[in-house]
Design a protein around this ligand. Structure first.
Ligand code: NAI
Length: 468
């Protein structure tokens, strides 16, 4: 029988394991989950399909889910984000994983399909849980079930290339296993979703009456979006630009499109490296925040000819368009840190002259003769050109993921189809688990103080509407 994994090189497993051992020391939340739930194994019987960047940090998440009793199969959610040594370590440890850095889009959907192919249990059930990042695993099963039912629309797929690849894979699976999508959809107990863009898809599906199972929005745990999206990008954005280009950041003019959580971290990242940062926004609140954080708020068309570095962080489409790229100076650097590659109109550059500099770095010649450096072909550059966020901040995100999986799997009757956020006491618990590592000593509330501000000494400490 052929091996139940696809990785670049299984001999990288030892290197992967060494980095995994180091990452564990920086991921106190996940290690605490292993300690708290390792004996009771609340995920016994869970058959989790994971679709999330196959990095070293994700490897620690996978091994945590397994230590809590789950059967797991994994694919990456992006063609450039896999760390091949991490994938090798996971495969060598016996968990099926399908991920190679630089895989094609066709392989992306094939590997996702393979991550769904659990041997059926006694009840004829294969996969029963999804852990998603960006919503591709959820999209695959729901869109496939729609196609089986004779419909072919669901939610917007980012690019036509992507659309072609997903439909080709759906047709392949339907030919191999008629009725598979409907059966799989009906077996899914719930999904936990990692990122803003995937969460947006889930709310859209629910609004349209097309979400048949409950979903936990992990992104909007405070200990996820206000940490990973912000402090994570603060470290990993500049890391990606440096590894790709070795450009001097200090003194350069950088434009950050979008000033949400990722934009705030990205602007701070560039400013910390000495760049002079300008911000574009469509939301007056975020624009005012950017201005009061000291950034000039501009329109892209007004600065496209002046800046050296352009970064999209919006989760929206067509943000940097061909007319902006035509205005740029020679050797401007352009990249995206949002989830999908449609923030930059990369398709409009197809007929230009491309020179591949190295993996995930291309130089593109514009009709004017000016050249542009495009990072990761417009896909999220902190994972394409570097190794994503550091372990510590991913520990907070992934501890939310583990708690969400336990919640959905062990309390299916508590959750009707819909999109939920973990309760605040769990959010506070995730933060609490990360305090000791940074030497933070929490002040305890006196009972009279707690009564005065209307909370209990153990928390939760803030009302639901508090924004942090
Ligand atoms: P957010 O909703 O907090 O921020 C996005 C901001 O972009 C908003 O303030 C919005 O007003 C603004 N915006 C929308 N259209 C715009 C336009 N045309 N021009 C200028 N601004 C515009 O979302 P968040 O959490 O910051 O996430 C952004 C993207 O990054 C999402 O796709 C998310 O999935 C992804 N993400 C990527 C990570 C990474 O490591 N690369 C980590 C976390 C999230």
């Amino acid at each position: 029988m052929s091996a139940d994994y696809v990785v670049k090189d299984i001999s990288l497993a030892d290197f992967g394991r060494k980095e995994l051992d180091i990452a564990e020391t920086e991921m106190p939340g996940l290690m605490a989950c292993r300690e708290e739930f390792g004996t009771s194994k609340p995920l016994k019987g869970a058959r989790i399909v994971g679709s999330l960047h196959m990095t070293i940090q994700t490897a620690v998440l996978i091994e945590t889910l397994v230590s809590l009793g789950a059967d797991v199969r994994w694919a990456s959610c992006n063609i450039f984000s896999t760390q091949d040594h991490a994938a090798a370590a996971i495969a060598a440890g016996g968990t099926p994983v399908f991920a190679i850095k630089g895989q094609s889009l066709v392989e992306h959907w094939d590997y996702l399909d393979r991550s769904f192919q659990f041997a059926e249990n006694a009840d004829g059930i294969g996969a029963n849980m999804i852990l998603d990042d960006g919503g591709d695993a959820t999209l695959y099963v729901l869109l496939g079930a729609r196609v089986e039912a004779g419909e072919d629309d669901l939610i917007a797929v980012p690019t036509s290339e992507e659309e072609e690849a997903i439909f080709a894979q759906i047709r392949k699976r339907m030919a191999q296993s008629p009725g598979w999508f409907t059966k799989t959809r009906d077996a899914i107990i719930g999904v936990s979703e990692e990122t803003t863009t995937g969460v947006h898809r889930l709310y859209e599906l629910h609004k349209n009456g097309q979400l048949p199972f409950p979903a936990i929005n992990v992104n909007d745990s405070v200990t996820k979006s206000k940490f990973d999206n912000k402090y994570g990008c603060k470290e990993s954005l500049v890391d990606g630009i440096r590894r790709a280009t070795d450009t001097m950041m200090a003194g350069k003019v950088a434009v950050v499109c979008g000033y949400g959580d990722v934009g705030k971290g990205s602007a701070a990242s560039l400013a910390g490296a000495g760049a002079r940062v300008k911000v574009t926004e469509i939301d007056p609140i975020c624009a005012l925040q950017a201005a009061m954080d000291g950034f000039e708020v501009v329109r892209l068309e007004d600065v496209a000819g002046e800046a050296d570095i352009f970064i999209t962080t919006t989760g929206n489409k067509d943000v940097i368009r061909i007319e902006h790229m035509r205005q740029m100076k020679d050797m401007a650097i352009v990249g995206n840190i949002g989830h999908f590659d449609n923030e930059i109109q990369v398709a409009a550059l197809k007929n230009h002259k491309w020179t591949n500099v190295k993996d995930q770095v291309d130089m593109i010649e514009m009709p004017s003769g000016n050249r542009m450096i495009l990072l990761s072909q417009g896909r999220l550059l902190n994972l394409g050109n570097a190794t994503g966020h550091p372990s510590f901040v991913m520990s907070a995100s992934f501890t939310n993921q583990v708690l969400a999986q336990i919640e959905l799997f062990t309390k299916p009757d508590d959750y009707a189809p819909g999109v939920y956020i973990l309760p605040k006491h769990l959010d506070e618990k995730v933060a609490r688990l990360h305090l000791a590592k940074v030497g933070a000593k929490l002040t305890e509330l006196a009972p009279e103080q707690a009564a005065y501000i209307g909370v209990t000494p153990e928390g939760p400490f803030k009302p639901e509407h508090y924004r942090y």
